[in-house]
Design a protein around this ligand. Structure first.
Ligand code: NAD
Ligand code: AHE
Ligand code: ZN
Length: 376
C-alpha cells in the first residue's frame, strides 16, 4: 500500500516527505495507522549521524499512537480497531530479561530492531523499489507502519492520540525513571539536569511521589516557568553562576550541594551530556545519593568521575523507557492521564502537519518547543 512518510535519506540532511510502499503484516506482525507522533530528541540524535545504530535510509519516529488496521497470522492479542501505542522497548513476557523481573529491556527482537528490520530480517517499507529501514522498531513518521505484536500496548479508545503519543516515549521515560527505576520516596530532594521533554516529566514524576524539594538545572531560562508549573521548587541556570574569581564557569556541583543542604537524594541527567552526567552524580548526596542517567550520548563519548565519588556511597544507574514494561505499564499511564493524575497537554507546545516535520526539529534545536506533535 502507499504510505506518506518522512524519510531520513542520509545523516545531517532534512527529512524528505515521500510516498513509500508498505507491505502488509507477516506472522506475528500488525499494521497500524499512526494518528499522531511526537518528535523526541533521540530522533534528532540519530538523524545527526552520532548514533552508531543510525542506518539510512530509514523512517524515524518512535513516539506514536494509532489504530490497528490488520493483523498477521498468529496474532492473538490485538484486532483491527484497537487503539495502540508502539513500543520501542517491547514486552514479550517470555525472554530471560522479561522473566527476570529485574529489567524492562526485553531482548526478544532487539538485534533485528537495531538493524532496522522486522524480526524475520526484512523491511516492510520500500521507496522506488529499494528497501527503507525501520527505526527503533517503530517508524512512526509514517501514516501507516508495521510492528511486531509484542511491540504494541493496547490502550483505551477515549484517549486523544495527539496527547497519548507522548506516552510512547517522553512521558513514560521521565515519570518511569522516578517511579520504576530510581523509586524516589516521599520527602526526597531531587535534582533534574535538563528541563526538556524528558526532564519536565521527571519533575512531574517527582511531584507525584511526594518529593519535597525539586531542583531544576537548565541553560535555557525559558524552561523555568513550565518547570515550576510541573512541580520544580528551585531553578538553577549554570550560566548565571559565577566562579570565585568572577569568571563565567561557576561551581554547579558546589552550588547544588549548598542549595540542597548536602546534595540530592536522587538526581537525573536528562540532556545526554557526559559533563552533566558527572555533575549529576557528584551533586548526589554523600552516602546514599542515587544518580540516574537518562540522556543518550553519542558513540565515543564516555563518563568519568573519581572512584571516590562511588566509594563514598553514591550510586550511578541508568534508565531506558523509564524502566517501564510497555504492554503492562503504558495502558496504566494512559489511565493516569485520562484520570488527571498526570499532565501532558501543556508540554505539547506545537502541532504540525507531516510536511512541517523539519520545522519541528528546528523548534527543538532553538529550544522553543517542548514537544512538537505531528498529526496525520
Ligand atoms: P530536549 O531537547 O527536549 O531537552 C533537553 C534540555 O536540556 C533542554 O531544555 C536544554 O535547554 C537542556 N540543556 C542542554 N544543554 C544543557 C546544559 N549544558 N546544561 C543544562 N541543560 C542543558 O530533549 P529530550 O527529548 O528531553 O531528551 C533529553 C535526552 O534524553 C536526550 O539525550 C534523549 O536522547 C534522551 N532520551 C532518553 C530516553 C531513555 O529511554 N533513556 C528516552 C527519551 C529521550
Ligand atoms: N542506538 C542508540 C541507543 C540509544 C538509547 O539508549 N536509546 C534508549 C531509548 S531513547 C528513546 O528516546 C534505549 O531504550 N536504550 C536501550 C536499548 O536497548 O537501546 C545508541 O546510542 O547506541
Ligand atoms: Zn524518545
Amino acid at each position: 500500500m502507499d504510505v506518506r512518510a518522512a524519510i531520513a535519506f542520509e545523516a545531517g540532511q532534512p527529512l524528505r516527505i515521500e510516498t513509500v510502499q508498505l507491505d502488509g503484516p507477516r506472522a506475528g506482525e500488525v499494521l497500524v495507522e499512526i494518528k499522531a507522533t511526537g518528535l523526541c530528541h533521540t530522533d534528532k540524535y540519530t538523524l545527526s549521524g552520532a548514533d552508531p545504530e543510525g542506518l539510512f535510509p530509514a523512517i524515524l519516529g518512535h513516539e506514536g499512537a494509532g489504530i490497528v488496521v490488520e493483523v498477521g497470522a498468529g496474532v492473538t492479542g490485538l484486532v483491527p480497531g484497537d487503539h495502540v501505542i508502539p513500543l520501542y522497548t517491547p514486552e514479550c513476557r517470555q525472554c530471560r530479561s522479561c522473566l527476570s523481573r529485574k529489567t524492562n529491556l526485553c531482548t526478544a527482537i532487539r538485534p533485528t530492531q537495531g538493524r532496522g528490520v522486522m524480526p524475520d530480517g526484512s523491511s516492510r517499507f520500500s521507496f522506488q523499489g529499494r528497501p527503507v529501514l525501520h527505526y527503533m522498531g517503530c517508524s512512526t513518521f509514517a501514516n501507516y507502519t508495521v510492528l511486531p505484536e509484542i511491540a504494541l500496548a493496547k490502550v483505551r479508545e477515549d484517549a486523544p492520540f495527539d496527547k497519548i503519543c507522548y506516552i510512547g516515549c517522553g512521558v513514560t521515560t521521565g515519570i518511569g525513571a522516578v517511579l520504576f527505576t530510581a523509586r524516589v520516596e516521599p520527602g526526597s530532594t531531587v535534582i533534574v539536569f535538563g528541563l526538556g521533554g524528558i526532564g519536565l516529566n521527571v519533575i512531574q514524576g517527582a511531584r507525584m511521589v511526594g518529593a519535597t524539594r525539586i531542583v531544576g538545572v537548565d541553560i535555557n531560562p525559558g524552561r523555568e516557568a513550565m518547570a515550576r508549573q510541573f512541580g520544580m521548587t528551585d531553578f538553577v541556570n549554570p550560566k548565571d553562576l559565577k566562579s570565585k574569581d568572577g569568571g563565567p564557569d561557576g561551581d554547579v556541583v558546589g552550588h547544588l550541594i549548598e542549595l540542597t543542604g548536602g546534595g540530592g537524594d536522587y538526581t537525573f541527567e536528562c540532556v545526554g551530556n557526559p559533563t552533566l552526567m558527572r555533575q549529576a552524580l557528584e551533586c548526589a548526596h554523600r552516602g546514599w545519593g542515587v544518580s540516574t542517567i537518562i540522556g543518550v550520548a553519542a558513540a565515543g563519548q564516555e563518563i568519568a568521575t573519581r572512584p571516590f565519588q562511588l566509594v563514598t556511597g553514591r550510586r550511578w544507574i541508568g534508565s531506558a523507557f523509564g524502566g517501564a514494561r510497555g504492554r503492562t505499564d503504558v495502558p496504566k499511564i494512559v489511565d493516569w492521564y485520562m484520570d488527571g493524575r498526570i499532565s501532558i497537554d501543556p508540554l505539547i507546545t506545537h502541532h504540525l502537519k507531516l510536511d512541517e516535520i523539519n520545522e519541528g526539529f528546528e523548534l527543538m534545536e532553538r529550544g522553543e518547543s517542548i514537544r512538537s506533535v505531528v498529526m496525520f
